[in-house]
Design a binder for this molecule. Structure first.
Ligand code: HEC
Length: 180
């Protein structure tokens, strides 16, 4: 009796595991925010816009703040797909200004104002995911804070130390006091 039960549950575990494995091999079951964040990292958006999206000087010139952006979700998608002519904001859609026009312009129309090519091409759903990420987690946010930073980099990263509030190192007087 007892051994039968053990065998049954072992078989059950195996079934579940292989089902999960099959799923993770076909399409990684990321939740939407994680998917968008992953693209924000992979496409190096944060290289220019910084992890917090507030922008600043980057190798593509001064990237605008995505926290202060007034663009709609659709406009963000278009900006990512097509870049922005005459600026350092790259395009990420394969065939932009070519097989599909951007801002109603072909490669010929846009001429030397063509934005740089992104480091990789993003597919439609990926552009949508990163636009959703900007809409839900970046646009309209105030000052970047510690929790947001560790959400982006993970808790173990020291990159976020400078955002720690009430940290003993935030002032010489405070650090002299016994920490309680
Ligand atoms: C090589 C640097 C660079 C990279 C990489 C980059 N951007 Fe940009 N981005 C810029 C610059 C520069 C601007 C400002 C363009 C301008 O002056 O109008 C900009 C503008 C934007 C805007 C328009 C903001 C507004 O309010 O008008 C959006 C949205 C945007 N970027 C999103 C992204 C996303 C999402 C990614 C990643 C898929 C990304 N960018 C990658 C440099 C970059």
């Amino acid at each position: 009796m007892r051994s039968l039960k053990v065998i049954t549950s072992a078989a059950l575990v195996m079934t579940v595991t292989s089902a999960q494995l099959a799923m993770s091999q076909s399409s990684p079951p990321l939740e939407p925010t994680e998917a968008g964040k992953a693209i924000f990292k992979r496409a190096n958006c944060f290289g220019c816009h910084k992890w917090h999206g507030d922008g600043g000087g980057g190798y593509g010139g001064a990237a605008l703040s995505l926290r202060k952006t007034e663009l709609t979700r659709d406009e963000i998608m278009e900006t990512v797909a097509c870049g922005r002519p005459g600026t350092g904001m790259p395009y990420f859609a394969r065939g932009a200004y070519d097989s599909s026009k951007c801002y109603e312009m072909s490669r010929h129309d846009v001429g030397d104002q063509i934005p740089p090519e992104g480091g990789l091409y993003l597919r439609g759903p990926e552009i949508e995911a990163v636009a959703n990420y900007v809409m839900d987690n970046v646009k309209g946010r105030g000052e970047p804070n510690y929790d947001e930073c560790t959400n982006f980099f993970g808790k173990t990263s020291r990159v976020c130390d400078s955002y720690k509030k009430d940290s003993p190192s935030s002032g010489p007087l405070q650090s002299a006091e016994p920490s309680k």
